[in-house]
Design a protein around this ligand. Structure first.
Ligand SMILES: Cc1cc2nc3c(=O)[nH]c(=O)nc-3n(C[C@H](O)[C@H](O)[C@H](O)COP(=O)(O)OP(=O)(O)OC[C@H]3O[C@@H](n4cnc5c(N)ncnc54)[C@H](O)[C@@H]3O)c2cc1C
Ligand code: SF4
Ligand code: SF4
Ligand code: SF4
Length: 287
């Protein structure tokens, strides 16, 4: 194909329901022509502003929606498990991190340790702001105390990789990133000098749920939507591990929604692309 010919864009991926909301295309687009847009069904999908697009094709090249860079999965390795050097079981020894953690707080404890030891300057993490918008926000945290506000799993679409455009090449080697398998597939598809060197802390992931699941959980709390400022999918302050859903209202009250209702939502609000995902164990993560 000659350079002047228009190249394939992510439009074909989105049209085939293969967009997994990773945000990688947003960060690579030289024209800043791509935004993440919510569909009526609560999906988060990439959308091109055609008037700004120069059809360079970079967005499609990095998109993990329908391909993964050749050689990412090595022959002889189990593609569903990936290379395993050692396996350990543990939890955070800091009680604050343990209490606010989704599981044992290990993800945050590791980041905190790396910061304390001067091995990283920043971490790309995701928090649920208490602003009533109920949409997760990926941030670059630079202090251990900032990390605390990002604990807990957000079982909804997160366009984590869109933030990569703010990380310069020289910063990469001193940056950790916490992500799902599809985020790291997008990272692997990026040009090497924009992707290699991050410390990748991977989360196991069976699926996310659409934003409509959040609306449903709020409905079950009997709180009007405008009275809700935030949500925790598993709130350990409500009856221990693993925790019921906690809906935070404008008066600071936490309303409990039983975890059985969250489980019920899984089968009803799963984005189609998650059903095609082979990588539940996050094989490209470092840990
Ligand atoms: C969508 C999703 C599905 C999951 N499914 C499973 C599963 O089926 N089985 C299983 O064993 N574990 C699953 N996990 C992992 C589990 O919920 C915990 O995240 C993990 O055990 C780490 O817990 P922790 O206490 O160490 O993390 P914490 O110390 O609580 O830190 C959580 C970290 O996760 C990051 N994070 C939260 N939500 C997201 C998100 N949506 N995208 C990217 N980063 C995020 C935060 O930035 C934070 O750094 C899932 C996680 C997510 C986000
Ligand atoms: S790069 Fe990610 S967000 Fe963009 S179209 Fe592909 S899957 Fe969707
Ligand atoms: S083809 Fe190029 S300019 Fe157009 S949206 Fe994709 S990356 Fe951006
Ligand atoms: S199941 Fe796969 S595609 Fe779906 S959110 Fe998890 S890692 Fe991404």
């Amino acid at each position: 194909m000659s350079p002047s010919q228009p190249k394939r864009t992510i439009n074909s991926v989105v049209a085939q329901h293969l967009c997994l909301s990773c945000g990688t295309c947003v960060s690579i687009c030289p024209q800043q022509a791509i935004t993440m847009t919510e569909s009526p069904g609560g999906l988060l999908l990439a959308e091109i502003d055609e008037s700004s697009c120069n059809e360079c094709g970079l967005c499609y090249r990095v998109c993990p929606g329908d391909h993964l860079t050749e050689g990412s999965l090595r022959a002889g390795e189990d593609p569903f498990v990936g290379p395993v050097i050692a396996a350990y079981c543990g939890q955070a020894s800091d009680s604050r991190i343990l209490q606010s953690g989704q599981s044992g707080g290990i993800a945050t404890a590791l980041l905190s340790y790396l910061m304390d030891m001067g091995q990283i300057d920043r971490a790309i993490v995701t928090r649920m702001p208490q602003d009533g918008l109920l949409r997760p926000q990926s941030i670059v945290a630079t202090t251990p105390s900032e990390l605390l506000s990002t604990q807990g799993s957000k079982y909804c679409p997160v366009a984590l990789n869109s933030i990569l455009r703010y990380i310069s090449k020289v910063q990469i080697s001193r940056t950790a990133i916490v992500g799902l398998a599809c985020h790291f597939h997008g990272l692997r598809n990026m040009p090497q000098n924009r992707a290699d060197g991050f410390i990748k802390i991977g989360l196991i992931c069976e699926r996310v749920m659409t934003f409509c699941a959040m609306d449903f959980l709020i409905l079950k709390s009997d709180k009007p939507r405008h009275d809700v400022v935030s949500i925790r999918y598993k709130d350990k302050s409500l009856g221990g591990w693993p925790g019921d859903v906690g809906i935070l209202d404008t008066s600071g009250n936490i309303i409990r929604v039983k975890q059985s209702i969250r489980h019920w939502c899984k089968g009803r609000f799963t984005p189609p692309r998650c059903y095609l995902c082979f990588d539940k164990m996050n094989v490209l993560a470092d840990i």
